[in-house]
Design a protein around this ligand. Sequence first.
Ligand code: P6P
Length: 344
Amino acid sequence: MPHRRITITHFLISEQRRLNRTGHFTTLVNDIVTACKMISHEVNRGALAGNLGLAGSENIQGEDQKKLDVLANDLFMHMNTFGGNYVGMASEEIDDVHVISEDTHNDYLLLFDPLDGSSNIDVNIGVGTIFSVLRAPAGVDEPQAVDFLQPGVRQVAAGYATYGSSTMLVMTTGRGVNGFTLDQNVGEFILTHPDMRIPAATNEFSVNTSRSRHWDPAISRYVDECLAGKEGPRGKNFNMRWVGSMVADVHRILCRGGAFLYPTDAENEKKGGKLRLMYEANPMAFLVEQAGGAASTGRQRIMDMQPNALHQRCGVVLGSSEEVQRIEAYYRELDGIAPREAAE
Ligand code: P6P
């Protein structure tokens, strides 16, 4: 019933009232929402707007920037600057932190990957925006990179927009995970996926198998057992999905369960892994844990990691809790660490 629909603004206001919040948080999220609507519009226009292809520049990761990477980054920074909610921002697309000197009445830090999975843009595969919100240390008006280096457990909000067959925004403020679908006619995000939960068990895993020759034995063992199917030690068949866009793969897991693996391996361990801790792994870990799943490097909980660099990378194993626990047990065996006592 359209007249019973709950917009994301109404949802945030009801949360604000329930938690007796000041309302700053609602404006903070609303600025992010507006930015995601604008990026969705640009992504959806694709080739028609001349937005595809390379920008002719590189980011700090040494990656060629797509035109839409730069456009999405500029849009996200601009739309989140004037609300006065942040004293600083950090983006995958900019080397150092961006200090917001305009009149800010709030003390939050915004970290984001403006367009994750952008290698898929030119072939029309789903991409997304990932964001994470931290509190600035007390009294810090001009934050430095060190002020952003907080473990993931300190996040006050996290989420993503996925620009797929529909545009959705999925977020958490620490009280569960809720998904909103953009009604393109009205221009509003509507609550369509309340209280998203990840099943503990799954029969679907997600990994780039072209990297199997580099994997640790713990990962090889897990994947081989999935591939062995019903006749193997798992006693059931598995399906595999790999979109190559973290937002799309994690969204699928939030909708129906699964295990997402991008571990450190013999080839990428010098860089610390592939995915970035502060604006990819941590926000996704917050969402996954809030939905009842687990998020680990394989050897430690991602959100417990103490960051030491703004763009540092880490291994990622996340999704259905039973699968993550299994992989962690395989790493403990690999490392000669005694198995944990079964939970009481
Ligand atoms: P690969 C996209 O570039 C990204 O950062 C994630 O969104 C995605 O999960 C991963 O890299 C894909 O990596 O090595 O399969 O291209």
